[in-house]
Design a protein around this ligand. Structure first.
Ligand SMILES: [Fe+2]
Length: 218
């Protein structure tokens, strides 16, 4: 399937979007979460994970929107210069529980190291510190351990690529997306159960197209 260059969600019917692109984003600058405790978060990300605490910002309102939410905003730097950030804001109620446990599994943050041995070393360190660690899991294209940031209940992954092209399989990804989207459209058009139709698609890909890399990574 050719790449779909329309943004139907924005009401742009078939206008090509590739022309006039500014520089495409080059790296992750920061990913930000709300935290209930900045001090404990600093302790975890520096002492347990070894990241550098590189920036703190305090303000009485959100600069981008002007919302009157006072906050303390902290950043931890990874090896490539990207950062993980948190906001602590006084008076926030606890985050609402997720409506299904899958959200707590699927929403996660994966951090890369250079080798399988390094992932194994993280497994030993984290379990030695008393954290509950899942894995190591060999996904064939990446190798990972999973655990939770206990302060913020964020599922974390430490991973290393096993295949040099793990993030360069766009043609297969487009085909998978076409299958997924077309299955949903056909189910909706025929009045079939969308969930059952997608489960049938997944089963057919398991049997007929094993080792699709996009099927195997979590
Ligand atoms: Fe992952």
């Amino acid at each position: 399937m050719a790449a779909d260059t329309t943004l139907t969600a924005l009401g742009r019917k078939s206008e090509p979007l590739a022309a006039g692109l500014p520089q495409t984003p080059q790296m992750l600058n920061h990913l930000a979460y709300v935290t209930p405790d900045a001090e404990k978060t600093v302790e975890f990300y520096t002492q347990v994970l070894g990241l550098e605490f590189v920036l703190a910002v305090i303000d009485d309102k959100v600069p981008s929107t002007g919302e009157p939410f006072p906050y303390f905003h902290i950043f931890f730097r990874l090896g490539d210069g990207s950062t993980i950030a948190f906001f602590e804001a006084p008076g926030l109620p606890p985050r609402a529980p997720t409506p299904h446990p899958a959200y707590e599994i699927f929403d996660h943050l994966a951090l890369q190291v250079d080798s399988r041995e390094a992932v194994d070393a993280w497994h030993a360190r984290l379990t030695g510190l008393g954290l509950s660690v899942v894995g190591p899991v060999d996904h064939k294209i990446i190798y990972s351990v999973y655990f939770y940031d206990p302060i913020n209940d964020i599922r974390l992954e430490i991973t290393t690529p096993l295949a040099a092209d793990w993030n360069d399989r766009g043609d297969a990804a487009q085909l998978a997306l076409a299958d997924w989207s077309e299955t949903k459209r056909q189910a909706a058009a025929s009045g079939a159960d969308t969930q059952e139709a997608l489960l049938a698609l997944i089963a057919s890909r398991d049997h007929g197209a094993k080792a699709q890399p996009t099927d195997e990574v979590l």
